[in-house]
Design a protein. Structure first.
Length: 354
């Protein structure tokens, strides 16, 4: 059972997240850069950046990238892997707002079907792609719309509940998504699959930042600048071996996320209306912050479906972004960690990266 959980949940979702980052996320970053530079004046280079970003974030391209990422981490043969590109494109476009979850499920099923016949016949170059694409299209026709609708509905429910109860939901989402970020699963893929945007997306960003910035600051005395960068701009997952040895080191980031979540939803009303996957990225490559900024000027289709509109950010918006994502996690995690060190719950060397 553990083998299948790892293969289908942890590994497959990790591959999906990498595919998302290599298409939608990087495309959004490039496009946003081009759009902001165009504000300075028309320039063919800036226009090229926007066009390149549009291509990379197109729904069929994103679906193909996710499916290939899933197939790669599952160890699919080359013919299965290449065919999954078409399967992913079909599943993502058919699944609508919940397309990423449809891609995850259908890519796994199609990959396993293709792997059953891969390298089993003398006409492998025909049989393997044929089985993979037919299985993928069949699953897409039968399942994609329903999976997408279910994921979209659940995501909409979370967004609605956060709007209705911003304090409680701000705490829950911030803490849960932050914990998922540090665990060996993909918080980005989960947020993408659920279409987590709006106030809920903002709370998710807050929770992820609490973990990444929190651990980076807490462990600075042990890991210095390399640790600050690898955790603050990379991933807090690097601390998982230390968490297993001493779970108490997880208390400060989790406590901080329980504070910054409602600060985000209730005080600054920070919304993440860019690509939903950005909600689960935190400060990794500053993708979470770029998602918030992008959502101000050009909300994603998922965010628009939840009622988002383009806005002109105020000083309060910018202040909230900086405080919630960087300042509060850094200060509060240091305060909490210092207290736990004095209590002897966190000892010298507990936060050293392996």
């Amino acid at each position: 059972m553990n083998k299948y959980v790892k293969r289908y949940c942890i590994d497959a979702m990790s591959g999906m997240a990498q595919g998302l980052f290599s298409s939608l996320l990087i495309g959004t970053i490039i496009k946003t850069l081009g759009q902001q530079l165009l504000r300075l004046g028309e320039n063919p280079v800036f226009s090229f950046l926007v066009e390149a970003g549009n291509f990379a974030s197109e729904v069929h391209v994103v679906g193909a990238a996710m499916a290939v990422g899933i197939g790669y981490v599952m160890g699919a043969s080359s013919l299965v892997l290449f065919t999954l590109a078409a399967v992913g494109a079909a599943a993502n476009s058919t699944g609508g707002a919940g397309g990423p979850l449809a891609v995850l499920v259908i890519s796994i099923l199609s990959c396993e079907c293709g792997s059953l016949v891969s390298k089993k016949t003398k006409v492998d170059i025909i049989v393997t792609p044929l089985v993979t694409i037919l299985a993928g299209v069949l699953f897409t026709v039968l399942l994609a719309r329903h999976i997408g609708a279910a994921a979209s509905a659940f995501g909409s429910l979370i967004v609605w509940a956060t709007t209705l109860r911003p304090f409680l939901m701000g705490i829950l989402i911030s803490v849960i998504v932050g914990i998922l970020l540090t665990l060996p699963v993909s918080s980005a893929a989960i947020c993408a699959a659920l279409g987590l945007t709006g106030l809920a997306g903002g709370a998710a960003v807050a929770g992820c930042c609490a973990q990444m910035v929190g651990f980076a600051v807490m462990s600075f005395r042990e890991n210095r600048w390399s640790g600050l960068l690898s955790q603050g701009l990379g991933t807090s997952m690097l601390q998982m071996p230390n968490i297993i040895k001493n779970p108490r080191i997880w208390i400060p980031p989790v406590a901080v996320s329980a504070i910054t979540g409602p600060v985000s939803t209730c005080i600054f009303k920070m919304q993440m209306n860019g690509a939903a996957v950005s909600s689960g990225m935190g400060t990794c490559g500053l993708v979470g912050q770029i998602g918030v900024i992008t959502g101000w000027f050009e909300p994603s289709s998922v965010a628009v479906s939840h009622g988002a509109l383009a806005v002109s950010p105020s000083l309060s918006d910018w202040t909230g972004l900086v405080l919630v994502c960087f300042v509060l996690p850094g200060i509060l995690s240091w305060i909490f960690c210092t207290g736990l060190r004095k209590l002897g719950w966190i000892k010298e060397g507990d936060l050293v990266l392996q």
